[in-house]
Ligand binder design. Structure first.
Ligand code: BES
Ligand code: MN
Ligand code: ZN
Length: 489
C-alpha cells in the first residue's frame, strides 16, 4: 500500500516543480472565482477562469501552469458551504487526479477543523488503485508521496494517524473484495485474516468443514458443500482490558456466488466475487478498532463459503439445520447469504453481545429499491438509531427500511421451521431477507442488518473518494458504532 506523508502548515510552501497546488473554484454573481487561499495566485489573476476551462461544478478539476514548474489544480467546490461530506469527497477527487505529482498542496481556504480533517480523510480514502494481476508494464504507479494541507486548524499527529488507520482498513477491504475469485476462496480468506491480524493481539478461531459439521453449522456447510474449496467460519476477537460493551459483527463471506443449483444467468454472475464484502468489512473493522485501541469488546464472525453447483451441492427442497437448532427449507440455493448468516448470527447470539450488526451483499432487491449508493438498514429500533447516527458521523449513506409484518408469512414452510425464500414473490425482496435473519436473533439482543448489495462495489465511474470496484463502504460506520458504544466520541 502506498502511504502518504501528511504535513499541516499555516501558509502554502513556495512553488516548485512536480507540485500541484489545489485551489477551490466557486461561482460568484455568474463569475468564477478562486476561494481564498495563501497561495500566490497572481499568475491567474489576469485570466478569466472560465476561459481556462475551470468550472465551479463539484469535483471538476482543471490544471494550469503555475510558476517554477508547479501546477495549479483548480477544483470546483460547488455552490454551498464546504461541509465535512463535501470536503471528504473533494479530497478524494483531488487524490484521484493528482497521483502523478510528487507533492500536492491543498489550500481550500478557511475550513473548519472537522472539514479540514475530512479533506485529508477523503484524500487518503481516494488515494487507492487496485492493479491486481496486471503485468508490470501496464501499471503506472502513483508518484505522489507528500501532501501539505494549508490550514489554521490545530491538527494533531494522533488525528492524522487515526485517519491513516481507517484509510488502510478501507483500502485493505477493497483489495480483498477486488481479488479475483480464483485466488479468493474460504481457505485463502482465512490466510488473509491470519496474516492481517499479526501483532495486533487479536484472537482468531477457525472452524474447518469438519468442525462446522461437528458443531452444527448446517447453513455454512450446506452452502459450501457444492464446492471443492470447503467452507470456513472465522471468529476474530478484540477484547481490551476493562471493556464493558460487546459488539458482534457478522459478515456474509460468499467468495463467489454462482447461485448454486438455482444457477444465476451469465450476466448476473459477473461481479459475484463481491459477495464476500460483508466478511471483509467485518474483518477490517475489528482490525481498525483494535489499532485505534477503542475500549470495547468486538467480535467479527466471517461466514465463508463458495456457492457452486455440483453433484455435492445442496438442492432446492433440501431441509437443513442451523446452529441454533432451527430448520430451513431451502427453496432457492441462490438465497445462500441468509443461510450462512443464520449460522453466524446464532454463534454470535451465544456470546450474548450488546449489539449485533450483520453486513451482507444480501439481495439484488436492495439495489432495485435504493440504487448503488445507499445501504439498506433494518432491525431493532434502538440498533437502527445507533447505526444511523454512526453512519451520519462517518458520512456514509444508509436508509432505514421496514420489516413489514405481513411479509414474514411468505417464509412459512410446510416441512421446516422456515423457508429461505417464497418462490415467485417479488415484493420487498430486501425486507424478506431481513425477516429471515431476524428469526435468528432473539428479541432481547439488539440487532441491525445492513444490506450493502448496492454500494459494496462501484461499477460506474469513480466519484469523490469512491473508486471503481470494491468501495470499502460501511467500514467507517462500523468503527463509528464502536466509538459510540465505547463512549469514545
Ligand atoms: N449475492 C446475491 C445478491 C446480489 C445480487 C448482490 C446482485 C449484488 C448484486 C444473493 O446471494 C442473491 O443471489 N440473492 C437473490 C435472492 C433471491 C433468490 C431471493 C437475489 O437477489 O436475486
Ligand atoms: Mn445468491
Ligand atoms: Zn450471494
Amino acid at each position: 500500500m502506498t502511504t502518504l506523508k501528511i504535513t499541516v502548515a499555516a501558509k502554502a510552501p513556495a512553488f516548485k516543480k512536480d507540485t500541484a497546488f489545489l485551489l477551490g473554484v466557486k461561482e460568484q454573481s455568474k463569475n468564477l472565482q478562486l476561494t481564498k487561499s495563501s497561495v500566490d495566485s497572481t499568475a491567474l489573476a489576469k485570466h478569466d477562469l472560465e476561459q481556462l476551462g475551470a468550472s465551479a461544478n463539484f469535483e471538476s478539476i482543471t490544471k494550469v501552469a503555475a510558476p517554477n514548474g508547479a501546477v495549479f489544480a483548480l477544483i470546483g467546490v460547488g455552490a454551498e458551504k464546504l461541509d465535512e461530506d463535501k470536503a471528504r469527497n473533494l479530497g478524494g477527487a483531488a487524490a484521484r487526479s493528482l497521483r502523478g505529482f510528487a507533492e500536492a498542496v491543498l489550500d481550500l481556504g478557511a475550513l473548519s477543523k472537522t472539514s479540514a480533517l475530512a479533506l485529508i480523510e477523503g484524500f487518503q480514502l481516494g488515494f487507492y488503485e487496485y492493479n491486481g494481476k496486471k503485468s508490470k508494464a501496464s501499471i503506472k504507479p502513483a508518484k505522489l508521496s507528500k501532501i501539505t494541507l494549508v490550514t489554521d486548524a490545530k491538527i494533531t499527529a494522533k488525528e492524522l494517524s487515526e485517519i491513516a488507520v481507517l484509510a488502510t482498513a478501507v483500502h485493505t477491504t477493497r483489495d480483498l473484495v477486488n481479488t479475483p475469485p480464483n485466488d479468493m476462496y474460504p481457505a485463502s480468506m482465512v490466510k488473509a485474516v491470519q496474516s492481517g491480524v499479526k501483532g495486533l493481539g487479536l484472537k482468531v478461531q477457525v472452524w474447518d468443514e469438519k468442525a462446522l459439521a461437528k458443531e452444527g453449522f448446517g447453513g455454512i456447510l450446506a452452502v459450501g458443500m457444492g464446492s471443492s474449496r470447503p467452507p470456513r467460519l472465522v471468529k476474530i476477537e478484540y477484547k481490551p482490558k476493562g471493556a464493558t460493551k460487546h459488539l458482534a459483527l457478522v459478515g456474509k463471506g460468499i467468495t463467489f456466488d454462482t447461485g448454486g443449483l438455482s444457477l444465476k444467468p451469465a450476466e448476473s454472475m459477473v461481479g459475484m466475487k463481491y459477495d464476500m464484502t460483508g466478511a471483509a468489512t467485518a474483518f477490517q473493522s475489528v482490525v481498525a478498532i483494535s489499532k485505534l485501541g477503542l475500549p470495547i469488546h468486538v467480535t467479527a464472525w466471517l461466514c465463508l463459503a463458495e456457492n457452486m453447483p455440483s453433484s455435492t451441492a445442496q438442492r432446492p427442497d433440501d431441509v437443513i439445520r442451523i446452529r441454533n437448532g432451527k430448520t430451513v427449507e431451502v427453496l432457492n440455493t441462490d438465497a445462500e447469504g441468509r443461510l450462512v448468516l443464520a449460522d453466524g448470527l446464532s454463534a454470535a447470539v451465544e456470546t450474548k453481545p450488546d449489539l449485533i450488526i450483520d453486513i451482507a451483499t444480501l439481495t439484488g432487491a436492495a439495489t432495485i429499491a435504493l440504487g448503488n449508493r445507499y445501504a439498506g438498514l433494518m432491525g431493532a429500533a434502538k440498533a437502527v438509531r445507533v447505526v444511523e447516527a454512526a453512519a451520519e458521523k462517518a458520512g456514509e449513506l444508509v436508509w432505514h427500511m421496514p420489516l413489514p409484518a405481513e411479509l414474514r408469512a411468505l417464509l412459512n414452510s410446510e416441512v421446516a421451521d422456515i423457508a429461505n425464500v417464497k418462490i415467485g414473490n417479488r415484493a420487498g425482496g430486501m425486507l424478506v431477507g431481513g425477516h429471515f435473519l431476524r428469526e435468528f436473533v432473539p428479541v432481547e439482543i439488539d440487532w441491525a442488518h445492513l444490506d450493502i448489495a448496492g454500494p459494496a462495489d462501484n461499477s460506474a465511474a469513480a466519484y469523490g473518494y469512491t473508486p471503481k470496484g470494491g468501495t470499502g463502504v460501511i467500514l467507517r460506520t462500523l468503527v463509528s458504532v464502536a466509538q459510540h458504544l465505547s463512549g469514545n466520541k
